[in-house]
Each structure stands twice: as C-alpha cells, then as structure tokens.
Design a protein. Structure first.
Length: 264
C-alpha cells in the first residue's frame, strides 16, 4: 500500500511511576492522546510506526479509558479502544534503536503522547535523544502532547544528569546539565503545574510527583506557555508542536498532520 511516508510514534516502556514518597503507582499513556493523533495520521495517508525503548507494548492509563476524554461519547471511546487494538502500526511495537538502525530518513515526523511515563524513561533515553536530534536537524515535524514534551530533554548531551538534578530538587544543577539543549528558547507548552497538582489530588491519591514538567522545561531553557487548567492549548514554534493537556488532542493532531503535509 502506498502512503505519504512513515510517522514515528514513540511510547514508553514504563508501567509504574515513582512518587516523592517512594511509593510506585501504575501508569500508562492516555488513550485519547495516542488514539486521536494516531488515527489522524493514518487517516491522512501516513503509515504509523510505534516504537518504545525496549520494543515492548506501552500500557494505557486506566483513568483515561473514559468517555469524558472523547467529548462524552461512549461510541468514540469504544472506537479509540478498537483503533489502538487493531491498527497494524500500533499492534507490533519496535525498539527505538531498531528504527534508528534501519534509518530515520524515511520518516516524515515524530509524535509522542502523554501520560506520566515520559517523565520516567523517555526523558533521558539515549535512543530517543538520537532520534529527536535527527528530526531537529532535518526540521521535520516533532509533536508532543500533554506530559510528552518533557521527553524533549532526551536530546540533551547530559539528559540523565538533568533528570537526577530535578529529582534532587537542585534547579542550578539542572540548568547546568541542560547546556547544549537543542530546543532552548523554543516556545512550547506541557501539562501545567496547576494541572499536575489536580492530578496529584485526584489521580495520585494526594501523593506528589518527583518534579513538575513545566518547571523542568523552564529550567532547561524552554519558553513554556500555559493556559488555564485543562483549557485547550497548542503551541507551534519552528518544527516543534506541543499540546498542554488531553483536551488539546484534536487541534494538536490537525496541526501536526497539516505540518506533515506541508513538509513533504
């Protein structure tokens, strides 16, 4: 089947999330954040290729399997579940390393959904860092939604040190580790501090996350733009497209597909 090209979709291999108390909580990607953009990509004539650090299937955050994230439509929810389960590009994930070894030149762009997992393994994964640097150098559309934009830090030369500094609560060390970041100065958005505090109370049972993504990207040198809690917000700067929260999914997807088409 002829397509317009391939789009790399990057998921996490992490299924649990460490909190500041040391407790670990089950986690996963948000269903609508994967399904809505991925379906838009496929419907627009692109081939979706899902990759994770270990080549294992990412898991869904059960909190997100809810019609509230699909405009209250139970039908749309069921369609999203079926799409993720049956779409050829999503059923058989590969490792990020294997996509690099086969060559990234054939990919039109890259997309990362959110949920908390990007804060765990993706934001310092060396293979993802290599892939992001490729798409940055080639100015190919790079789209990340909700918590997904924190994974941009993987492109840093010292990504692991950056995350360690965040966990320790040392912003000065984080800023030092972020030197040389390819996205420094880019306008971007990410799940806001206000939204993360809501998630701590309503999803994480009052527990605190290790750090806030918006603060982390600001420390790295990103120009973070936030709107009110759970307001749709999509920011576009050069090749980078970011969405603030789950309710930014459709405008985010539409813009990404438009940029994929424009860049062909």
């Amino acid at each position: 089947m002829n397509t317009k090209g391939k789009v790399l979709i990057v998921g996490s291999s992490s299924h649990t999330f460490e909190l500041r108390s040391g407790r670990h909580e089950p986690t996963g990607y948000y269903l609508n954040e994967l399904a809505v953009p991925a379906r838009s990509i496929v419907d627009a004539g692109y081939e979706a290729v899902l990759a994770t650090p270990k080549g294992t299937a990412p898991v869904v955050e059960q909190f997100s399997v809810n019609a509230d994230y699909f405009d209250g439509s139970a039908t749309a929810l069921e369609e999203a579940i079926e799409f993720v389960a049956t779409s050829p590009g999503l059923r058989t994930p590969r490792s990020i390393r294997s996509t690099i070894e086969e060559g990234l030149d054939g990919y039109a762009g890259v997309f990362l959904p959110g949920g908390h997992p990007p804060m765990i393994d993706l934001m310092h994964d060396p293979d993802l860092g290599e892939a992001l640097r490729h798409f940055h150098t080639e100015s190919k559309p790079t789209a990340l939604l909700c918590h997904g934009p924190i994974a941009l830090t993987a492109a840093m030369p010292r990504a692991k040190e950056f995350r360690r500094a965040l966990v320790k609560g040392d912003p000065d060390a984080a800023q030092t580790a972020a030197q040389g970041w390819q996205y420094r100065g880019y306008r971007m958005t990410v799940f806001s501090n206000e939204e993360e505090k809501w998630a701590e109370q309503n999803i994480l049972k009052g527990e605190q996350v290790l750090f806030y993504p918006a603060d982390a990207l600001t420390a790295a040198g990103g120009a973070v733009e936030s709107r009110g809690a759970f307001e749709c917000n999509v920011v576009h700067d050069r090749e980078l497209i970011t969405g603030q929260n789950p309710f930014s999914d459709r405008p985010f997807a539409d813009l990404f597909v438009a940029e994929l088409d424009r860049s062909r």
